[in-house]
Design a protein around this ligand. Sequence first.
Ligand SMILES: CC(C)(COP(=O)(O)OP(=O)(O)OC[C@H]1O[C@@H](n2cnc3c(N)ncnc32)[C@H](O)[C@@H]1OP(=O)(O)O)[C@@H](O)C(=O)NCCC(=O)NCCS
Length: 167
Amino acid sequence: MKRYSEQKGTKLNKYGNNRDMKIEKINENKKQFLDLLLLADESEIMIDKYLPSGDLFALYDDDLKSVCVVAPINSETCELKNIATYEKYQGKGYGRALIQFISDFYKNDYKTMLVGTGETPAILSFYESCGFEQSHRVKNFFTDNYDHPMFDGDIQLVDMIYLKKSL
Ligand SMILES: CC(C)(COP(=O)(O)OP(=O)(O)OC[C@H]1O[C@@H](n2cnc3c(N)ncnc32)[C@H](O)[C@@H]1OP(=O)(O)O)[C@@H](O)C(=O)NCCC(=O)NCCS
């Protein structure tokens, strides 16, 4: 059983700064992070399906910057269900740091981590740069499961693209 739940002193040297970042596993009052979770998943109903049983991690650099949620799929596979960084702090390496942390956190528990996303090139290349590769797609996921058309910027989301990463 893993007992460490935080990592202090991670450096984002790429950006030339030495920051004291801290990542915590949150076990109580997870809904306090709803504003961030809604950035990645606009449906609170969907969030309520995976948040209670999922593991929630919060990244602090002075104050809260990013969160993510990981849920088990089966004995070999877990899924990154949600990851979000506050808009003004995006592109500073926090999302990548969270993915590095959870990849390490689960490496003895699961063989594979999955993540599903709409067909948005920037998000796909973000995940690919974090070690994921494209796996499969669920046709018409967004048009079948939401009662209104979903957009990321100008791009309408239709299929769900799954990516996977070996842990
Ligand atoms: C996706 C997201 C979580 C990435 O978090 P982040 O803290 O911005 O990630 P990082 O700063 O570690 O970015 C890592 C890389 O992805 C790139 N990237 C991240 N988000 C990007 C975006 N929206 N557009 C273009 N590039 C992006 C960064 O430029 C960076 O590349 P680099 O290291 O080559 O410079 C963040 O953009 C976000 O919260 N988006 C809104 C919510 C969302 O869409 N979540 C994913 C749902 S599937």
